[in-house]
Design a protein around this ligand. Structure first.
Ligand SMILES: NC(=O)c1ccc[n+]([C@@H]2O[C@H](COP(=O)([O-])OP(=O)(O)OC[C@H]3O[C@@H](n4cnc5c(N)ncnc54)[C@H](OP(=O)(O)O)[C@@H]3O)[C@@H](O)[C@H]2O)c1
Length: 321
């Protein structure tokens, strides 16, 4: 098969488009012919500095396609079925082998390009808001990097759950404008304005009850500074590529909390597996939306990663073999 591979970490220039051996099916796994790769925020970070499990390495968490091989012990998938898959690596390829437990059935008629974008961003956003953020109806939610995959999911899930206000940040006014139809109440341009001052102004000095932060670094400090009394930050990513050195001195007096959230640690549980299947079905019914930005050929993985890192993408960038 052909795959976008690299031999060392670095900028998008490290990608090579090469012939590599086909992946082998595990008795408890399946192999899919990839039809759409959703490039996750973690894929760009892994390319930059993540461990190489193999050499050459095929990066990538999430892809959808058609089942072409089923392991001897797998009873819940069949050849020809459409599925979306996740895994620690291996999405940027024509074929992908995963554990059956890391695959979800795509409902009949659902666009595979849309399905390719659901499990990780929507599952993560749900965990940040509800499992770890304990969000309740009527609370104020702040979503950092609202135009990211996780951010777009979080804005919609918070609005659907009855947040009294859904605030989000992004690096330009144009990016924020595109989030309004998803349930955004107010956008904050964090390249121009101070986030905590804006949150306090918009909430009458109360602050945000639940904050989803996939950026980290200086942005994480702005999340902490934006918290209401008893507010909760779900710290879920490092998109800002900065060290996580923050001042937590305001947390104790305000009964505030900061939780790390890692979907990967719980994605194999029945709770999260079933949650993700439900989110896929909600997207298929149109109750939640996936925003697709540009699409590139698999052979153009470098250009796709470069486009994402230029911070122009709103929602997902796809690779299509
Ligand atoms: N812990 C978990 O379980 C988990 C699960 C999923 C994702 N994540 C993490 O969450 C983060 C977001 O993932 P995603 O898939 O939503 O990412 P994404 O769709 O690629 O979006 C990342 C966003 O980060 C913002 N950003 C801020 N500083 C940036 C910088 N220096 N370079 C590039 N972008 C920057 C950009 O928006 P603006 O330009 O508007 O700021 C961009 O839209 C990643 O760090 C990912 O690893 C963690």
């Amino acid at each position: 098969m052909k795959a976008a591979v690299y031999y060392e970490n670095g900028s998008p220039d490290v990608f090579r488009y090469e012939e590599v051996p086909d992946p082998q099916v595990h008795p408890k796994g399946i192999v899919i012919r990839v039809e759409a790769v959703s490039i996750e925020g973690g894929d760009t970070l892994n390319r930059l500095r993540g461990a190489l499990a193999t050499k050459p390495h095929i990066v990538g968490y999430q892809a959808a396609g058609e089942v072409v091989e089923v392991g001897a012990e797998v009873t819940n998938f069949k050849v020809g079925q459409k599925v979306v898959t996740t895994g620690a690596f291996g999405s940027h390829a024509e074929l992908r082998a995963v554990a059956a437990r890391s695959a979800w059935a795509v409902p009949d008629g659902m666009d595979l390009k849309v399905a390719a974008c659901v499990p990780i961003p929507f599952g993560t956003a749900h965990e940040c808001l509800f499992e770890f953020g304990r969000m309740q109806k009527g609370e104020v939610v702040l979503v950092q990097a609202g135009a990211s995959g996780v951010g777009i999911a979080a804005i919609q899930l918070a609005a659907r759950a009855g947040a009294s206000m859904v605030l989000a940040t992004a690096s330009s006014d144009e990016r924020l404008e595109k989030l309004k139809p998803l349930g955004l109440t107010h956008g904050i341009n964090y390249d121009r304005d101070d986030v905590a001052s804006e949150v306090m102004r918009l909430t009458g000095n109360k602050g945000a009850d639940v904050i989803v932060d996939p950026v980290g670094g200086a942005v994480l400090q702005s999340s902490i500074n934006s918290l209401a009394y008893r507010g909760r930050v779900s710290m879920v990513g490092a998109a800002g590529r900065e060290p996580m050195k923050v001042d937590v001195s305001t947390m104790m007096g305000g009964n505030r909390s900061l939780s790390g959230v890692f979907l990967g640690a719980e994605i194999g549980t029945d709770r999260v597996y079933n949650l993700i299947q439900g989110l896929i079905e909600d997207v298929a019914k149109g109750e939640l939306k996936v925003i697709l930005d540009r699409q590139f050929k698999l052979s153009e993985a470098a250009a796709a990663h470069r486009f994402i890192e230029s911070r122009q993408a709103v929602g997902r960038v796809l690779l299509v073999p």
